[in-house]
Design a protein around this ligand. Structure first.
Ligand SMILES: CC(C)(COP(=O)(O)OP(=O)(O)OC[C@H]1O[C@@H](n2cnc3c(N)ncnc32)[C@H](O)[C@@H]1OP(=O)(O)O)[C@@H](O)C(=O)NCCC(=O)NCCS
Length: 168
């Protein structure tokens, strides 16, 4: 398995990111929205996972004070279940902590069990529901993990990192 690397997203990645969005979401972000997010400055942190020369994942974080919000997270359908989203989240959380950001939140579709499983693994717990949050009318589950710098949270992520497949 070739090594997976993670780097900041750039404008040159836009076409690949549109393809990834379209393969991943019923209401994918378009190129203009992705461009404005990537260029939005220090409140945003967009990273891509790269395998060989191919972009196989993307994480977009938005930060406010000491909180980060997952704006988007996806991995290439041909490479799912191989730890790509896990790597992106581990990297994103490390970067947040280095910047003094200690809490993480997101909305996830109520029916999206794969993503909910991923987030629960990272200690995110559901705290509420936004009724009809998604355009199709589906509810959004609001999840949070607080104090990512707590020793038990650090140990949790160390365990996750150890369980990643080799090369990742
Ligand atoms: C959700 C998503 C990002 C996961 O990406 P991935 O690269 O396959 O994730 P990983 O391989 O790192 O898996 C990590 C964990 O996610 C959960 N998971 C991933 N795929 C799963 C599936 N098909 N069923 C159940 N749980 C799943 C598991 O908890 C898994 O941990 P495990 O391997 O220890 O069981 C990917 O399926 C995706 O892009 N989906 C479409 C977009 C989306 O729903 N994004 C989330 C928006 S909130």
């Amino acid at each position: 398995m070739r090594a997976l690397s993670i780097r900041p997203a750039t404008i040159r990645d836009l076409r690949a990111l549109v393809r990834l969005e379209e393969a991943s979401f019923p209401e994918p972000w378009n190129e203009n929205l992705l461009r404005s997010e990537i260029g939005a400055g220090p409140s945003r942190r967009y990273t891509v996972a790269v395998l060989g020369r191919k972009i196989v994942g993307c994480l977009g974080l938005m930060t406010v004070d000491d909180e980060a919000h997952v704006n988007t997270l996806s991995s290439d359908p041909a490479h799912r279940g191989q730890g790509i989203a896990t790597r992106l989240l581990l990297d994103g959380i490390d970067a947040c902590l280095a910047d003094g950001i200690r809490h993480l939140t997101l909305e996830v579709a109520a029916s999206n069990m794969a993503a909910q499983g991923l987030y629960r693994k990272f200690g995110l717990a559901p705290v509420g529901v936004r009724r009809g949050y998604y355009a199709g009318g589906e509810d959004g589950l609001v999840m949070w993990v607080y104090d990512l710098d707590r020793p038990d949270e650090i140990r949790r992520r160390e365990g996750i990192a150890r369980s990643l497949p080799s090369g990742h």
